[in-house]
Write a protein that binds this ligand. Structure first.
Ligand SMILES: [Zn+2]
Length: 160
């Protein structure tokens, strides 16, 4: 059975800034009010016959959201970004553009990009891992990361 959580109604949201290096329209720093939709498929079990308690899923997703919320998202594996410092401040260049940002304002992510696609994969894998640690019978986690209302990317993490 599948349980579904709507990110807008269940308040699974975060607001962050990012850029898509060297993209014509998205190359400059800009922001989104993201929301995260969740589907978890698994076997019903326990005293109440739940797949997973909604509260448990929401807590885990909110933890990821709060890591990203009100930060500038920086993809550490992007080959168009040349990093110069990541210790005291975050310094890097993209082509002829040079950036220096306070470390506390940034969320450094082990990703190639901070696109909705990459963020969905990041959320799905993280949630899957956390759920697996506390629940049996989880088969599949699907996450949709929406960049505002009406556009988003979904990733499905399945049992291997
Ligand atoms: Zn964007």
């Amino acid at each position: 059975m599948e349980v579904i959580i709507n990110g807008i109604h269940a308040n699974l949201r975060f607001s962050s800034a990012h850029m898509i290096p060297q993209h014509k329209f998205c190359g400059g720093i800009h922001g989104h009010s993201y929301h995260v939709d969740v589907k978890v498929e698994g076997i019903r079990s326990g005293e109440f016959g739940f797949v997973v308690d909604f509260k448990k899923i929401k807590g885990m997703v909110r933890q990821i959201c709060s890591k990203l919320d009100h930060k500038i998202l920086i993809p550490l594996k992007n080959d168009k970004i040349e990093f110069k410092n990541l210790k005291d401040s975050v310094e890097f260049s993209i082509g002829s553009k040079n950036y220096q940002l306070p470390l506390e304002d940034c969320c450094l992510l082990p990703l190639k990009s901070t696109s909705a696609e990459e963020l969905a994969e990041y959320f799905a894998k993280d949630l899957y891992k956390s759920l697996k640690e506390v629940e049996d019978g989880i088969n599949k986690v699907q996450i949709c990361v929406n960049e505002g209302i009406g556009q988003g990317a979904c990733y499905i993490k399945e049992a291997e």
